[in-house]
Design a protein around this ligand. Sequence first.
Ligand code: MN
Length: 196
Amino acid sequence: METKIVMPQLRYAADALAPVISEQTINFHYGKHLQAYVNNLNNLIPGTQWTEATLEEIAAKAEGGIGNNAGQVLNHALYFEQFAPKPAKTQPEGKLDEAIVKSFGSFEEMKSKMNAAASTLFGSGWAWLCAANDGDLSIMQMTNADNPLRHGLRPVLTFDVWEHAYYLDYQNRRPDYLAALWNIIDWQVIEARFEK
Ligand code: MN
């Protein structure tokens, strides 16, 4: 079956994450930036070796424009999916919590390392909490459209630090954006990714 990249759907209304992420930012970031990556990818795939591949396969292996647009579609799908206006769970429990304590010492220490990775990443990119096959967790900085699949790791949590993610709401104050993001993380989604 021919690959058709579909626009990920939001699990909340465009104004529901305010004031952490405003409706205006959702309308541009989700509605314009992500839609453009989806459209670009659908325009680039026909006639290439990727016509029957999954988004994950393309994001993990493709180079050039196809790899960049697939990475951005995958990364944004994970980013927008992990938020909820009123998260049912405000911190990790169970297996994910155990893995965080094993890899970082505590939840607070993991948060602090994630904030440091996201705030010091130079230029455009993503900070990630990633899982290895053995369940070990690590925090990584990745530039542009890079993603954990390209490094043999599974994506668990991600912070978009491209300026388009926060500039309308926070201007140059990237650390304020990062501090606020923790309030809308839906840990049920993050636990499900880790346990998958
Ligand atoms: Mn983005």
